[in-house]
Design a protein around this ligand. Structure first.
Ligand code: FE2
Ligand code: FE2
Length: 144
């Protein structure tokens, strides 16, 4: 199911972010930066899986173009820009800024992910029916 696969990916992104924050809290800045970059690659790849495959296929199947997928794309743009601000703060050793932006980012991301998990992914699973398995394969084959 799309829901299981994508929900797991959400959890992986959350986990990497938490690890980066932990490293920063114990002042391991190099490790924090490495983990942050991992988190950033994983999260941006997740958005790409949605925008380049999942949402497009869903829109083609249902003809729903201006609905929830459009809203999710808009939120991805806001989240991308927060990730960029976090990266800058981290590189410039502005730790308080990093935690401040990180907090807004996490609140927005959790709300975004909840909408996908509770509404959009189940809709996509229903729209794809037995092709959902094939879609998971396609998503797994995408490289970051
Ligand atoms: Fe998303
Ligand atoms: Fe997602």
């Amino acid at each position: 199911m799309i829901l299981d696969f994508m929900r797991n990916d959400h959890r992986m992104c959350d986990h990497l972010y938490a690890e980066a924050e932990n490293m920063l809290l114990i002042k391991e800045s190099e490790k924090a930066l490495t983990l942050f970059e991992k988190f950033s690659i994983t999260t941006l790849h997740h958005f790409d899986m949605e925008e380049k495959e999942l949402f497009i296929t869903f829109e083609k199947r249902t003809g729903m173009m201006g609905g929830p997928t459009q809203m999710m794309r808009y939120e991805h743009q806001q989240l991308r820009s927060l990730i960029e601000s976090m990266r800058l703060a981290l590189r410039e050793n502005r730790t308080d800024d990093f935690f401040g932006i990180g907090e807004s980012f996490m609140i927005m991301l959790q709300q975004h992910n909840m909408k996908e998990e509770q509404m959009l992914y189940p809709m996509i699973d229903r729209a794809l029916g037995s092709d959902a398995r094939l879609m998971v394969q396609t998503l797994q084959e995408m490289v970051p």
